[in-house]
Design a binder for this molecule. Structure first.
Ligand code: CUA
Length: 183
């Protein structure tokens, strides 16, 4: 899926480039009257062209580093269900009943195994963000009511990871947290 999106993106970028190159080539032979405006336009076209190339290159370089792309073809060894609510995260190995959410706010997970978090919200929008022991954000997804977002991650370093809410969701947003211990 991700590969086909990348290919589609590259094709569309290529087409856009062709259009710009065509416009540039055909405007070259035009008469010199109104040259000032034409030159300004040409400069702008070149600017857009370079911007497109840079954007395409950035997408190409970074897409393979995205966690969604990285673990797309691998089967997760564990699934953790996450229900987000004002103002807590409930984590469980089993699917969570929205009417009486049961789970924990702190779990232990194995090192070097692919974990899939299935993240949803029981009320408003929240963010599910995983920070490593040095408070670096390593992976995140949105928690939305009515949707389940899958976030896959492989923890390579042992330690305590913190889950924080990444979207302002009310007065106690800052207190919405959970933790993962990697052995
Ligand atoms: Cu939940 Cu901010």
């Amino acid at each position: 899926m991700q590969t086909s999106i990348l290919i589609l993106f590259l094709i569309l970028t290529g087409l856009a480039l062709l259009v710009f190159v065509y416009v540039f080539m055909t405007s070259k032979g035009a008469k010199s009257s109104g040259g000032g405006i034409r030159n300004a336009l040409k400069k702008r076209l070149w600017f857009i062209l370079i911007l497109f190339v840079l954007l395409g290159f950035t997408a190409w370089v970074t897409i393979s580093k995205s966690p969604y792309y990285l673990f797309a073809d691998e089967a997760p060894s564990q699934v953790i269900h996450v229900a987000s609510m004002q103002f807590a995260f409930v984590l469980s190995n089993n699917s969570i009943d929205p009417d009486s959410p049961k789970g924990v706010s702190s779990i232990e997970l194995p090192k070097n195994e692919l974990i899939e978090f299935r993240v949803t919200s029981l009320d408003v929008n929240h963010g599910f963000a995983i920070y490593d022991a040095s408070n670096r954000l390593i992976a995140q997804t949105q928690a939305m009511p009515g949707y389940v977002n899958r976030l896959r991650w492989k923890f390579t370093e042992p330690g305590i990871y913190h889950i924080l809410c990444l979207e302002y969701c009310g007065m106690a947003h800052h207190g919405m947290r959970a933790s993962i211990t990697i052995k």
